[in-house]
Ligand binder design. Structure first.
Ligand code: ATP
Length: 514
């Protein structure tokens, strides 16, 4: 007997969203109340207007909405969500007189955090604000020295770093962080406090809420509760001694008609192109009178100028079809998605064994070191690499100019994954194409999946059979070489593994000597 799946009940406030589609792009000189210094900064970035989602959020923050409600923003990939939250936060903080950490933006990965930091860094200095990064890119000591200001030394007097009575201050007004490093600073960095936090942004919310990441969210919420409610009394006493005169007192009381909420309240903005509607997940955010801002009636939306295609082939011939397709696309920037880090590595190795295809192909996956990934990403951005073979590490949020094509080498398991992968192209109103390689038995499932994003018919894309035939010999030879490469990699790994094992069995003192 078929068990009918129960759909999750939709939260009442989600039933009356603001439709972002009703807003139009707005020229910068017509944006109400926009600080002229920010207008200049945006102009320098090459932006002449605000996108619809940015205008809609501006209205709810700087406009009549005046940040009274927490915002849940569900808007397609590439629609400009980053600036939608960065601009009002920077404008609001531009009038602050004392420097302390007032805005925190949390993202799931280091590369995403770096990307968002760049957006803040392009506008915040224009109004005298500084932005910090806590992602573990540098040593914790270096990060601390970037984030925390030591008191100025007078001639001849040495500052004692252990002295908790001296006033440590934040060097940044805005912090962009990944959850792990954020928790490191919360737990161990002297002078790091969220006491004065006014804005919390949870970008890629559904991804961040899926994983607990050392309970970063409840910790942040507790640390920004009213002082009476705080579950961190020790942290509070430490903070009051280090911060001396500067205090943000959040008291429970009546805040603009909302009884029992602490004031000043921490304003939250949560965003995604596939925002969760799951009440239990959203409850973790403890949202205040939330307002949903979304595009159209459908929960899932693909970018307007995205064209989706399916390419049907036998499973064992997929690499051949992929190479034929890549040759057709020429030097256009392209991302090829696979379902795992292992298949990413294997496919990228195979493609590079095909002989000279006239395109530079590199791998980008969670299996690699961060430094390697960052280097590859830089080359891809600069156009030195045309094709990136990637695991889902690249799926969310990454913004690379000029990506014209996305190829799903493996069919994504969920519509959310399709949306985020396809969303690496057709960004900021540009055109783009997403090709999905399918076996004929997968076509039905694929069609059903895309219907969830209102995509009723996905046209076939075919590559000429002559291209496939002309590649067969090269393919067979590449397969042979792949076997050798995989074997030599495995033996290198075994060797390295046993060396590592021996090393870890030696006494720590011996290792230090070595
Ligand atoms: N007002 C604007 N004018 C011109 N370009 C803009 C504007 N706002 C954003 N962009 C550009 O649009 C692109 C997409 O922006 P952004 O990365 O913020 O999208 P997003 O909605 O967060 O996408 P995703 O859901 O994939 O994370 C970026 O390259 C950004 O520089």
């Amino acid at each position: 007997m078929e068990v009918k799946k129960r759909s999750t009940p939709i939260l009442p406030w989600m039933r009356s969203p603001v439709d972002v589609n009703q807003f139009e792009a707005c020229a910068l000189n017509l944006v109400p109340c926009l600080d002229p210094r920010l207008e200049v900064a945006l102009d320098k970035m090459g932006f002449s207007s605000l996108f619809p989602v940015q205008v809609a959020v501006w209205q709810e923050t700087i406009g009549p909405g005046a940040f009274e409600r927490d915002l849940c923003i569900n808007s397609p990939t590439g629609s400009g969500k980053t600036l939608a939250y960065a601009l009002p936060i920077v404008q609001k903080l531009s009038t602050r007189s004392v420097k302390c950490l007032r805005a925190l933006v949390v993202l799931p990965t280091r590369d995403l955090a770096l990307q968002v930091k760049e957006v803040f860094a392009a506008i915040a200095p224009a109004v005298g604000l500084s932005v910090g990064l806590a992602v573990g890119q540098s040593s914790i000591a270096d990060e601390i020295s970037e984030l925390i200001k030591r008191p100025k030394l007078e001639a001849g007097i040495c500052y004692d770093p252990e002295d908790v009575t001296c006033e440590l201050q934040s060097s940044v007004d805005i912090l962009v962080a990944t959850p792990g490093r954020l928790m490191d600073h919360i737990n161990s960095t002297k002078g790091f406090t969220l006491e004065h936090l006014c804005y919390l942004v949870v970008d890629e919310t559904d991804r961040l809420l899926r994983e607990a990441y050392q309970s970063w969210l409840p910790t942040v919420l507790q640390l920004t509760q009213s002082n009476e409610e705080s579950l961190f009394p020790l942290a509070n006493s430490f903070l009051s001694s280090t911060f001396g005169s500067l205090k943000t007192i959040r008291r429970c009381g009546v805040e603009r008609g909302f009884k029992g909420k602490p004031h000043p309240r921490l304003v939250k903005m949560v965003l995604s192109a596939t925002l969760t509607q799951d009440p239990s997940k959203l409850a973790q955010l403890n949202l205040h009178h939330p307002l949903l801002m979304t595009t159209g009636k459908r929960r899932y939306q693909l970018p307007e100028k995205l064209e989706s295609y399916k390419l049907i082939c036998e499973s064992n011939l997929r690499p051949l079809y992929l190479v034929a397709l890549l040759q057709e696309l020429g030097e256009e920037k392209c991302i090829v998605f696979t379902s795992s880090t292992e298949s990413t590595h294997r496919l990228c190795t195979l493609l590079n064994l095909f002989g000279d295809l006239g395109i530079k192909i590199k791998e980008y996956s969670g299996l690699q070191r961060q430094s390697r990934r960052s280097k590859t990403l830089k080359s891809f951005r600069e156009g030195k690499v045309q094709v990136l073979v990637s695991s889902d590490a690249m799926t969310r949020g990454m913004d690379v100019q000029g990506v014209r094509n996305v190829i799903n080498y493996d069919i994504p398991a969920y519509i959310k994954t399709y949306i985020h992968r396809a969303g690496r192209t057709a960004r900021a109103g540009q055109a783009g194409r997403c090709f999905t390689l399918l076996h004929k038995y997968e076509v039905k499932r694929f069609k059903k999946m895309l219907q969830k994003a209102d995509n009723e018919s996905v046209p076939h894309y075919s590559v000429p059979s002559s291209s496939i035939e002309s590649l067969r010999a090269a393919y067979n030879s590449a397969l042979g070489k792949l076997k050798e490469t995989v074997e030599s990699e495995a033996s290198r790994k075994r060797k390295f593994g046993s060396k590592f094992l021996k090393l870890s069995r030696t006494k720590p003192t011996d290792r230090r000597k070595g």
